[in-house]
Design a protein around this ligand. Structure first.
Ligand code: ADP
Length: 610
């Protein structure tokens, strides 16, 4: 059974009261008894002196019972006590409380302890229960002497009923006191425990609120008892907990902010290989949902290379480093660096860096260097072998000299063009090639460029058609860039078309503010599989043939870059056997609709350079 504070206090006070009352009772009863008995003994001794004097003076023979009775009975009655005279042989010769017949029948008193002592000369008292009277009695006897001889004893007896009733009364009073004390104890322990319980309940409620997270709770104790001390301790505890919690929170928020803002992916896995932390960047890289935390890593990412990197980190002092490839809709390449955390809690921290773009650019650069070297090797080899042969030819066959000179010249020219194209491209890409965007009359520009190609077209019997309306042909572009774009496209068209074909240059308006310029030929056409890559650097369809006709594979790439630098787009459509159409779009001058193709009427503020 568990007792509350109240029960315990009550039991303790009852036990205390009972214990003190019992010991008081035991002590008081004994003390009262001894004290009263001692008083009565004193009284008895004084009376005995008187009785002895009386008996000594009375001139009565010791076998004359009748006269002794006459003497003793009134004295005994008046003094309220029993007086007995006993002969030296123990026979009772007179007794104030007995009549003549009882006296006859009374037993010999020789062996009563007080009589025995008196007959041997000593006055003593004895306490005993009297069978004759039926009460507890105190006896006292003294020797009776006559003419210097001991002839018997005189004995007095007083009942001890007064002592017994006093002790009984003491018992009674103590019992009443016990009941009163018990009643007081019930009331005071009740009050005390109610007060204590109320304080304890208040403290318990405050502690509960604190435990539930309300650390602003205070007990605000008054006074200086143990409850107030406990309350103050609780308040201090809540205070320090709340400040620690605050620190931890701001630290966590800071860390969370850093992790959220990081571009790198961060993964923390615990000792049992479950995800303890994953930041948003990594969630996006690995296409993980919001429920990734707490799940087993092997369930989320099945990548043997990642598992190997983590294993290396787990089993060695060095961090595990490696790259993983992720397939799927958005293929990525991630650089992973994993470090084992040996502290508490143990786990592995892995940082992921998306190197997809970096690796792509690296590959692009490698390919570019390889392509350039490859393109240059052919003319260099040709020039080298031609010069070697030339040395012999001067001696053996001077007529062949011009042929070798021609080879050298052609290849040098080819190298020159290649280098020029590369320089152009790199200038455009690094934005060194400063474009001056201005209002241009497209029909006018086309006419002047066409003029440069007329002769070459005529020589190859190629017909050039221009369908660029003078009206609404105002565009915003850089003159040199436009020239280069159109030249490259025309050059290709003439180069790759057979004799007697037709090349048409057309322009038309696309959704209001864009002008689309197209160069259409009736040449051999291009297979569809080449079209998506046609504008890449060094991309050529028939490498051998294209190189023969003098192509560098950079022409269309330059067209694309220039068009894009001016805010336009390039495109190509082609049907094998019937021809190809290349087109470039240019932003139109906003005033060209009303201006009727005249650049002089353009608004001054539309001349802003890009
Ligand atoms: P190149 O300097 O070799 O002409 P380009 O970038 O100008 O390089 O052209 C890339 C490739 O596209 C050429 O090798 C050629 O095969 C093909 N090509 C370009 N224009 C045409 C065209 N009008 N008709 C057919 N093929 C063409």
């Amino acid at each position: 059974v568990t007792l509350g504070i109240r029960g315990k206090l009550f039991v303790a006070s009852v036990a205390l009261i009972l214990l003190s009352m019992l010991s008081a009772d035991a002590y008081l009863a004994g003390a009262v008894d001894a004290m009263l008995t001692a008083r009565i003994r004193e009284d008895l001794r004084a009376r005995l002196e008187i009785a002895l004097a009386l008996a000594e003076r009375a001139d009565i023979a010791l076998d004359d019972s009748a006269r002794w009775q006459d003497l003793l009975q009134p004295v005994g009655r008046d003094a309220g006590m029993r007086i007995s005279v006993i002969r030296a042989d123990g026979v009772l010769v007179g007794d104030s409380n007995l009549d003549a017949s009882s006296l006859q029948r009374a037993e010999n008193h020789l062996h009563r302890p007080e009589i025995e002592a008196a007959l041997s000369g000593k006055a003593t008292s004895a306490e005993r229960f009297s069978e004759t009277i039926g009460e507890r009695m105190l006896y006292m006897a003294a020797p009776l002497e006559r003419a210097g001889a001991r002839v018997g004893a005189v004995r007095l007896a007083l009942p001890l009923t007064a002592v017994d009733s006093t002790v009984r009364r003491v018992h009674h009073l103590l019992l009443i006191a016990t009941f009163i004390a018990l009643a007081v104890a019930v009331v005071t322990s009740g009050l005390m425990s109610r007060w204590a319980a109320r304080k304890a309940r208040l403290l318990a409620a405050a502690a509960k609120r604190m435990a539930e997270g309300d650390l602003s709770t205070r007990t605000d104790p008054q006074g200086s008892d143990e409850f107030s001390a406990l309350g103050r301790s609780l308040d201090t505890l809540a205070e320090s907990l709340s400040s620690t919690l605050h620190e931890l929170r701001s630290e966590r928020d800071l860390l969370g902010g850093i992790l959220d803002g990081m571009q790198e992916g961060v993964l923390l896995i615990d000792a049992s290989d479950h995800v303890a932390l994953v930041n948003p960047a990594l969630r996006e890289m690995l296409l993980l949902g919001n429920d990734a935390t707490g799940r087993s890593l092997s369930d989320l990412v099945r990548d043997p290379e990642l598992a190997a990197i983590l294993d290396r980190a787990r089993n060695s002092q060095e961090p595990g480093v490696g790259e993983i490839e992720l397939g799927g809709l958005k293929p990525r390449r991630l650089l992973v660096r994993a470090t084992a955390m040996r502290g508490e809690p143990a786990g592995i921290l892995a940082v992921f860096v998306d190197v997809t773009e970096l690796r792509r650019l690296e590959k692009l650069r490698r390919d570019f260097v390889a392509n350039v070297s490859h393109e240059l090797r052919t003319p260099v080899t040709a020039i080298r072998s031609a010069t070697e042969t030339l040395q012999d030819a001067f001696v053996r066959d001077p007529r062949a000299v011009p042929m070798f000179m021609d080879i050298i010249a052609r290849n040098a020219d080819r190298m020159h063009r290649l280098v020029e194209d590369l320089l152009d491209l790199s200038r455009i890409e690094s934005r060194e090639y400063k474009l001056t965007i201005e209002d241009l009359d497209l029909s006018h520009e086309v006419q002047s460029i066409i003029a440069l190609f007329r002769e070459r077209a005529d020589k190859k019997r190629v017909r050039l058609i221009v369908e660029v309306p003078e009206i609404r042909s105002n565009i915003r572009a850089d003159r040199r860039a436009l020239e280069q774009i159109l030249s490259n496209l025309l050059e290709n068209a003439i180069k790759y078309c057979g004799e007697n074909s037709t090349i048409a240059i057309r322009a038309r308006t696309e959704d209001g503010n864009v002008l689309k310029l197209s160069v259409e030929d009736s040449g051999p056409g291009i297979e569809a599989k080449h079209l998506p890559r046609l504008f890449e650097r060094f991309y050529r369809i028939d490498k051998g043939r294209a190189r023969d006709v003098g192509g560098t594979g950079l022409g269309l790439s330059i067209v694309k870059h220039l068009a894009e630098a001016m805010g336009g787009k390039v495109g190509v459509e082609s049907v094998v056997g019937s021809g190809s159409t290349f087109h470039v779009t240019f932003p139109r001058n906003s005033a060209s609709g009303k201006a009727g193709g005249s650049s002089q009427e353009a608004l001054p503020n539309s001349k802003a350079a890009s």
